[in-house]
Design a protein. Structure first.
Length: 180
């Protein structure tokens, strides 16, 4: 039976989402125009606004705190309030295995730096900086970093981001590549 991600990741994800929403609404008003509003029947609609996030201001959350410095880290950049579509960054240290899992939404990865080995439907491909991949919702996949370098990924999902572990919630040691 497929199980949802273990509680630590859920708590980190929800905390990161909350942090992201507070960042999104607490922008510098000296350069932002007020939101345009108009009455649409009985519903009030708020027009979208731009969001700029600088890399050096990001707050990273460890996804597997038990691994300390070896933990993958996440930063939720934005969550669409209507669709749940999410944009996020993940930093993965070298010698890490992300066990077989799937998501309820379609997912994309853009490799910002480093090397990421993706396995989708039993086929492995090595992706380097600038590479992109698309994974349809519910497709089983896993990933690995190399023994030479970690990876920084920009990830999008077209609805709420979740992780469904194929073989049940992994233990912290399941993320470490054996022998390293």
């Amino acid at each position: 039976m497929l199980k949802k991600c273990f509680p630590a990741i859920i708590i980190i994800f929800l905390t990161a989402c909350q942090d992201s929403k507070s960042k999104e609404t607490s922008t510098d008003t000296s350069t932002e125009q007020p939101a345009d509003t108009h009455q649409a029947g009985s519903d009030m609609e708020i027009m979208a606004h731009a969001l700029n996030v600088k890399f050096d201001t990001l707050t990273w959350q460890r996804m597997v705190p038990e691994l300390g410095e070896r933990s993958t880290e996440i930063n939720i950049l934005r969550v669409d309030p209507k669709t749940g579509a999410t944009q996020l960054l993940i930093r993965v240290p070298k010698n890490i295995h992300v066990p077989m899992h799937w998501h309820s939404a379609n997912e994309t990865h853009t490799i910002i730096n480093g090397t990421f080995v993706m396995e989708c439907d039993g086929k492995r491909d090595t992706l380097t900086a600038g590479s992109f991949n698309y994974i349809p919702k519910k497709m089983h996949h896993q990933a690995f970093t190399t023994d030479k370098e970690g990876t920084l990924l920009f990830i999008t999902v077209d609805s709420a981001w979740d992780i469904n572990w194929v073989n049940g919630p992994p233990k912290p040691e399941d993320f470490l590549i054996k022998g390293n």
